[in-house]
Write a protein that binds this ligand. Structure first.
Ligand code: 5GP
Ligand code: MN
Length: 315
């Protein structure tokens, strides 16, 4: 059921033990939104746990209360009255937690590919980030963010719109960012924390750039990252290299997780890559989407390229 902020407020009011979760391979929007809602629910006296079934990238360790995020094995889902799933468009995206619970799920999201999997869904496709929706919710609830919450929400919003550069940036996005700065958000600290790289990052990047390939009349550019050689590799930002090449309509990053698992990230200037990701069991937005293929690298690459070329041809 699609619900309103009024419904969300009622759901929260009648729940005592609330679990907040987000998607695997968490990004700034997922983590920032989870922590902002967590701090709010704590503030209003709820018993609340913030849970994630994946590792948290080290670059986010500056986020307030990030150390309070626990793994599904550390929580008792059976005792919860409500699970709030943030920034995830399908149930598989939250990992193991989904199999541990029968209590109602409230999903707050902004993905075009949302599958309407929850009992209660608040979906706003015009929001650049789930963090924008949380901001709107706090506004509805007349709740002024603390500095910690402002930093979490600013991180959520800024990371999902490429620090106010992507097409999803609206005047509302910018207004919310300004509002959060008024409440203590620190844009310089946030961007510096997220841009800081380990020295090895640059060494690895030079190798990854050698994998750059062009397809379909130089309209598709792809890079490949081999995680079997560097399992802990931070590949944040790598996709910007193929993305910002003149004439490129679709940029792809293939990540070889293991011999038969290939993670794919896609960015586009004008075609709907969420449709392509969905057709491979993934999802995302019009211009940014991803999926994971259970196949070897060469097969996975052929399949993704064929799907993109098909869409570019139809265009
Ligand atoms: P990225 O390429 O940065 O991993 O993801 C781009 C966008 O697509 C993000 O909004 C992300 O949430 C979404 N996305 C990436 N991979 C998947 C996936 O496997 N399933 C779904 N549903 N969404 C994905
Ligand atoms: Mn998001």
């Amino acid at each position: 059921m699609q619900c309103s902020f009024k419904d969300i407020s009622k759901l929260i009011n009648k729940s005592n033990h609330i679990i907040i979760t987000g998607h695997l391979q968490p990004d700034g929007d997922c983590l920032g939104s989870m922590l902002a809602l967590y701090l709010y629910l704590q503030d209003i006296g709820k018993k609340v746990q913030v849970v994630l079934d994946d590792e948290i990238p080290l670059s986010f360790r500056f986020l307030p209360s990030i150390q309070e995020i626990i793994r599904p094995s550390q929580t008792l889902c059976s005792q919860a009255d409500l699970i709030i799933v943030l920034d995830a468009s399908d149930i598989e995206r939250i990992g193991n937690l989904s199999t541990q619970t029968s209590c109602p799920i409230l999903n707050i999201d902004h993905h075009k590919s949302n599958t309407n999997f929850a009992e209660f869904t608040y979906l706003d496709l015009s929001a650049a980030a789930t963090g924008e929706i949380i901001c709107d919710l706090f506004d509805y609830l007349h709740y002024d963010p603390t500095q910690a919450i402002a930093n979490c929400l600013y991180t959520a919003i800024a990371t999902d719109c490429g620090f106010f550069r992507y097409a999803n940036t609206t005047s509302a996005t910018l207004r919310k960012a300004a509002f959060l700065v008024d409440f203590g958000a620190q844009p310089n600290l946030i961007s510096e924390s997220l841009q800081m790289r380990a020295p090895e990052y640059i060494a690895i990047l030079t190798g990854v750039l050698q994998t750059l390939e062009f397809f379909h009349n130089q309209q598709i550019a792809a890079i490949t990252v081999d995680l079997t050689k560097n399992p802990l590799l931070d590949s944040e930002g790598f996709i910007d290299y193929p993305r910002y090449i003149e004439g490129i309509r679709v940029a792809i990053m293939f990540k070889i997780v293991d011999e038969n698992t290939i993670r794919v990230s896609m960015r586009s200037t004008d075609i709907d890559v969420s449709q392509i990701a969905l057709s491979f069991g993934g999802g995302g937005h019009l211009r940014a989407a991803g999926c994971t293929l259970t196949d070897n690298y060469l097969n996975a690459k052929d399949k993704i390229l064929a799907a993109i070329e098909n869409m570019l041809r139809d265009d």
